[in-house]
Design a protein around this ligand. Structure first.
Ligand SMILES: [Cu+2]
Length: 280
């Protein structure tokens, strides 16, 4: 009997034929000699070369070809999901690596620029001596100007104050310390600065010192400052660099903003620096 089935099973398409004939499958299952332990049915095989097929249990009452198609679909879905997840994870890893590399390159470039590498020592508007080291650990927006400036300095300090206030609104961001260093120490003494900073952000710190101390601080940031001729009232204008500097918590110069930059642009830029900041 088993020899007969071997002949049938050996015919091309024999297995497909068998699967499509439930009564034949029933015969297989009911025959213990043809059923393996795992429920698979051995159809036939020449000695040493067994040939197997995986017919499903008939007790499930399903069309085997439909079940196989479902299984295939499910397998494909799982494989696709695993592959997609793997690709996504790889892309994210490469992206983070690239961001970190770019950030590191930027820091190295800024260190080569060597801006703000020195350590200023000045008096604040309360008369206390402050050095650059005192602000390590804080984000700083720094501006050089003078209290008698008729228009540009008040405009820039208004803008700087608005940026600091806008960043303060975002609780996820660290606070920014606004600093103002005078380029006119002759007139901007401690009391004059105390009066002046009141018009701007409440955290704004005014800094002044001797002519040499102020020049030293300006040189570190390559600030140009040149007093003009005095009029009959002894009044004069100081021609100076108009830039707002962004300094990271580790004291590195990170960026600068000229007059063309709007409050919104500066706020967004500082926010981006904060979010991509990697502590050295
Ligand atoms: Cu000015």
């Amino acid at each position: 009997m088993s020899g007969l089935w071997c002949i049938v099973g050996g015919l091309r398409g024999g297995r497909r034929l068998l699967r499509s004939l439930p009564y034949v499958q029933k015969t297989f299952v009911s025959s213990p000699s043809l059923t393996s332990e795992s429920g698979h049915i051995r159809l036939c095989g020449r000695p040493g070369r067994p040939q197997q097929t995986q017919l499903r249990f008939l007790s499930q009452g399903q069309n085997p070809s439909v079940s196989a198609a479902k299984l295939k679909l499910r397998t494909r879905l799982v494989v696709t999901l695993l592959f997609g997840g793997g690709v996504l994870a790889m892309w994210w890893f490469v992206y983070l690596e690239k961001q970190q590399k770019l950030r590191q390159q930027r820091i190295e470039q800024l260190q080569q620029v060597a801006l703000g590498q020195g350590n200023f020592s000045l008096l604040d508007h309360r008369g206390q001596r402050r050095t650059k080291r005192d602000f390590l650990g804080s984000w700083v927006l720094l501006y050089f100007g003078f209290a008698h400036c008729p228009d540009i300095c008040p405009e820039e300090l208004d803008k700087l104050s608005a940026v600091v206030s806008a960043l303060d609104q975002d609780a996820s961001l660290p606070p920014v310390q606004p600093l103002f260093i005078t380029v006119d120490p002759e007139r901007d003494d401690v009391p004059a600065l105390a009066r002046y900073v009141k018009d701007f952000h409440p955290r704004l710190i005014g800094l002044t010192g001797t002519s040499e101390e102020v020049k030293h601080a300006g040189r570190d940031y390559r600030v140009y400052a040149s007093p003009g001729p005095k009029d009959e009232d002894g009044d004069y204008i100081v021609d100076h660099t108009i830039l707002i500097y962004l300094i990271s918590p580790d004291g590195l110069f990170l960026d600068y903003y000229n007059r063309t930059k709007s409050q919104e642009q500066i706020t967004e830029n500082v926010r981006n620096h904060m979010k991509t900041y990697i502590k050295l």
